[in-house]
Design a protein around this ligand. Structure first.
Ligand code: NDP
Length: 321
């Protein structure tokens, strides 16, 4: 495993990291959680992603329980969580980045994770109804109180990120240092175009999500939705159109000979492709079983196989990012 700086921050993250969305609690319990985290850690992963909203707090609870059992040295791994959607229905507790919600919610996350601090804390979405200045101050205060080490954004507009940086610089506050955006072969535009000034001019880091487009890029949906897959989950019915879209499936099929030539599985190929982009700090992987973790971690063996010719062939299938 190689490690990359989170943008220009001092901290380094493994090129592949491991997240808990959908899987923890909804698909797997404590034993699988622990086994998958151990498989990732043994492969060199040092960053584990979570969010308050995942399984309504239960994903944090499971990760906390697994960490407790795994007894890893705290300095050897990073944990993140993300705040925005909230767990309660009150007017100040949902879809918000107001000061009260942020300062109170971080305590709930830390309790569920059984940690004194998270390494990375994200504003899970932007909140147009709270002044960015209020959010920047609250995130700064959370860091000053030792409850998070770095803070960042997820799926914010580049203009809002730039504003948050400017406010923090003006008041000498802790600046946001990383974004958590979607990035995969189907979703290239925003990462490659929209965020470019933020990465280039401000050294913003990135922890990219859904590298396999929820599994579509493994080829597992080429013959329909397999039992036991994410696509079969009733609560994610909205995903099914994307996973069965014939135009998307044709592109995945066209990718297969390229992966075969490399000796990689489609999953490994698609993960390694993400790492071609120098503005990616870490690719957040997801898995519902240990075998997937083991397969996915081997993606790092193929990062150097993406020659300009291979990249041109990919562009013919997916277009230029
Ligand atoms: P992917 O797009 O990589 O999808 C992961 C899913 O694909 C797995 O859960 C599994 O689903 C399937 N899969 C993975 N590897 C394989 C394999 N080798 N063979 C077959 N199937 C495989 O990533 P996620 O969408 O899970 O996102 C990764 C992480 O990013 C999340 O855990 C979360 O931490 C973060 N995230 C952040 C968001 C944000 O808004 N900031 C939004 C979404 C995710 P199954 O076996 O069930 O089919």
């Amino acid at each position: 495993m190689k490690y990359r700086h989170l943008g220009k921050a001092g901290i380094q993250v493994s090129e592949l990291s491991f997240g808990s969305w959908v899987t923890f609690h909804t698909q797997v319990g404590i034993e699988s959680t622990q086994a998958m985290m151990a498989a990732a850690y043994d492969a060199g992963v040092n960053f584990f992603d979570n969010a308050e909203t995942y399984a309504a707090g239960e994903a944090e609870r499971l990760m906390g329980a697994a960490l407790k059992k795994l007894c890893w040295r705290r300095g050897s791994y990073l944990v993140s969580t993300k705040l925005f959607w909230g767990l309660h229905a009150g007017p100040n507790e949902r879809n918000t980045l107001n000061r009260k919600y942020l300062l109170e919610s971080i305590d709930g996350s830390l309790k569920r994770l059984q940690l004194d601090y998270v390494d990375l804390l994200f504003c899970h979405r932007a909140d147009p109804s709270t002044p960015i200045e209020e959010t920047v101050w609250a995130m700064h205060n959370i860091i000053e109180r030792g409850k998070a080490l770095y803070w960042g954004t997820s799926e914010w507009e580049a203009a809002d990120i730039l504003l948050a940086i400017e406010i923090a610089e003006r008041h000498h506050l802790h600046k946001p240092v990383m974004e958590q955006p979607i990035y995969n072969l189907f979703e290239q535009h925003r990462f490659c175009k929209g965020y470019l000034p933020v990465y280039k001019d401000h050294g913003y880091g990135s922890t990219t999500w859904s590298p396999l487009a929820s599994g579509l890029l493994t080829g597992k949906y080429n013959d329909g939705i397999p039992d036991g897959s994410r696509g079969a989950l009733k609560e994610l019915g909205w995903l099914q159109d994307q996973l069965t879209d014939s135009e998307r499936l044709n592109r995945v099929a066209a990718l297969k000979p390229l992966a075969d030539r490399m000796g990689a599985s489609l999953a490994q190929f698609s993960l390694a492709w993400c790492l071609q982009n120098p503005y990616v700090s870490t690719v957040l992987t997801g898995a519902s079983r240990v075998e997937q973790v083991q397969e996915n971690m081997q993606a790092i063996d193929f990062v150097d196989s993406f020659t300009p010719d291979v990249m041109s062939e990919i562009e013919l299938i997916f277009g230029v990012g």
